[in-house]
Design a protein around this ligand. Structure first.
Ligand code: TYD
Length: 205
């Protein structure tokens, strides 16, 4: 079976983490070797950049370039070799997150984003991207319920996450064959059934 690159996206608190674990288990149960990873991060250098990105105040363009720097390393050291070896890669976030958070949320110039995307991965896009779509007010209540200390992004207000959400939906509308929007307001079981059906239909062909 051909290698596949699957990414999970959505605003903070939309509930993608548990769905990633279930999807990775589903893929592995079919006898496929699957690598689970995340952005920013996924490599030793990327995880150091993640620490800075999540906690250190910085200029918007510094943030965007560091996201893509971590991604360049991630592609070279992990994603591309795994796909070349026929493995599947499941990543918690990828470039759609930069579009949603840096362009949508923070107002990064879209042409700058496009230039960085074309530089870092001119030919590669995920085979499938699942966007967990949820009202930011509900997501904020879920995050508050976890009791974990919020990072630099999680401390943003509802209007920021409204813009992030809208940007994800624009990205999905621009590439509906790749980007599927999941209604994340439903029960985890219902969401998991839909995710499994989409993965089966688009990836196990
Ligand atoms: P997240 O997956 O939410 O980590 P966790 O679930 O452990 O909190 O990702 C960390 C944050 O990074 C998230 O708030 C979104 C942000 N982010 C961007 O702003 N741009 C990007 O390109 C990426 C990959 C992430």
């Amino acid at each position: 079976m051909k290698s596949r690159f699957i990414t999970f996206e959505g605003i903070d608190g939309a509930g993608k983490s548990s769905q990633i674990a279930a999807t990775v288990a589903l893929i592995a149960s079919r006898g496929v070797t699957v690598v689970q990873t995340r952005e920013p991060g996924g490599t030793p250098l990327g995880e150091k950049l993640r620490e800075l990105l999540l906690h250190e105040p910085m200029h918007l363009e510094t943030e965007a370039m560091l996201m893509f720097a971590a991604r360049r390393e991630h592609l070279a050291a992990l994603i591309e070799p795994a796909l070349a070896a026929g493995k599947w890669v499941v990543s918690d976030r990828f470039t759609d997150a930069t579009y949603a958070y840096q362009v949508g949320g923070r107002g990064l110039d879209e042409a700058r984003f496009a230039a960085l995307e074309a530089w870092v991965h001119p030919h590669l896009q995920p085979d499938l991207t699942l966007v967990f779509d949820l009202d930011p007010a509900i997501a904020a209540r879920r995050l508050a319920g976890t009791g974990a200390a919020p990072d630099r992004f999680e401390r943003e207000q509802t209007d920021f996450f409204e813009r992030v959400r809208a940007a994800y939906l624009r990205r999905a509308a621009a590439d509906p064959a790749r980007v599927k929007v999941i209604d994340a307001s439903r029960s985890p079981q219902e969401i998991q059934r839909e995710v499994e059906a989409i993965v089966a239909e688009t990836c196990f062909q």
